[in-house]
Ligand binder design. Structure first.
Ligand SMILES: [Mg+2]
Length: 242
C-alpha cells in the first residue's frame, strides 16, 4: 500500500468466482471428487447451485441432497472440506488452462494497487487455500493483500465475513476503516446481502454464471455493471466518490 492521503482510505473486498475469474470445470469437479472420497460413492447429479455460497455451505448442501442425516452431514463435512482443498492444491495449471480472468480485472487490480490509501483483498466463499490457487493461476495474488481477506474457511455464513476483513485490515494498516470506506464487489445477491449485513457499499457485476444484469438491477446495490471493463468508471466509483 502506498502512502495514503488523509480521508481517502478504501477497503475493496473482491469476490473471486464470477467476479475476478472463472476457474473452469476443475473447481466444480473438486467438490464431487471430495464428496466421493469422503463417502466412498459418486455423488451423481446433486443439482446444488454454488453461486455466492461458501464452500462449507455448498458441501453441506451436496451432502444433504444425498439424503444424509444432519449427524452424518456434520460427521463428513471436515473430510469433504479437506478433500476439496486437496483436490485443488495441485490444480494451478489446470485452472490457468481452462479458466479465465474476467474483463477489466487485469487492468483494474494493478491500478487500485498503485492508488494511495486503497487496500484490496478478497471476500470469498472459497477456502483460503483454494482462493489462493485460483488467484495464483492468473497472477492476480500479487495485487491483493490476501492476509486481510475473509474466506469460507473463516465462517460458513458469508454475512459474517465483512467484519472479519475490516478487522484484519484495520489491524494491519493502522487505519480504522469506516463502513462508507468499504466496498464489496460481487456477482450474486449473496454478495449484496453480506455487504448489507455489515452496512458497507456494494457493486454487483453481471459476469457470474447465475445472475444476469436484469437479475441484479433492482436489488438495491449501490451500483450494478455488466462487467468491470470500463476501468476508469470502476476506479472512479470505488475510489473517487465520497
Ligand atoms: Mg461469486
Amino acid at each position: 500500500v502506498t502512502e495514503a492521503s488523509p480521508g481517502r482510505w478504501r477497503l475493496v473486498l473482491w469476490d473471486v468466482d464470477g467476479t475476478l475469474i472463472h476457474a473452469g470445470p476443475v473447481a466444480r469437479a473438486a467438490f464431487d471428487l471430495a464428496v466421493a472420497r469422503a463417502l466412498g460413492r459418486d455423488p451423481g447429479d446433486h443439482g446444488v447451485d454454488t453461486s455466492g455460497k461458501t464452500d462449507p455451505e455448498i458441501a453441506r448442501e451436496i451432502l444433504a441432497a444425498l439424503a444424509l442425516s444432519g449427524n452424518e452431514v456434520a460427521r463428513h463435512l471436515p473430510g469433504v472440506l479437506a478433500g476439496l482443498q486437496a483436490a485443488l492444491s495441485g490444480a494451478v495449471e489446470e485452472v490457468r488452462r481452462h479458466g479465465r480472468v474476467l474483463p477489466g480485472v487485469e487492468e483494474l487490480l494493478p491500478r487500485l494497487h498503485a492508488t494511495p490509501g486503497v487496500v484490496q483483498t478478497v471476500l470469498t466463499g472459497n477456502l483460503a487455500a483454494n482462493a489462493l490457487v485460483k488467484l495464483q493461476a492468473f497472477g492476480l495474488d500479487r495485487w491483493l493483500d490476501l492476509e486481510v481477506g475473509a474466506y469460507g474457511s473463516d465462517h460458513h455464513d458469508r454475512r459474517r465475513l465483512v467484519p472479519l476483513a475490516m478487522g484484519r485490515a484495520t489491524a494491519r494498516h493502522g487505519h480504522r476503516f469506516e463502513r462508507e470506506e468499504v466496498w464489496v464487489v460481487g456477482d450474486t445477491p449473496r454478495d449484496l446481502a453480506c455487504a448489507r449485513a455489515a452496512g458497507v457499499r456494494c457493486l454487483l457485476v453481471a459476469t457470474g454464471r447465475q445472475y444476469g444484469l436484469e437479475d441484479l438491477r433492482g436489488l438495491g446495490a449501490d451500483a450494478v455493471l455488466p462487467d468491470l471493463s470500463d476501468v476508469e468508471a470502476v476506479v472512479d466509483l470505488l475510489v473517487g466518490s465520497g
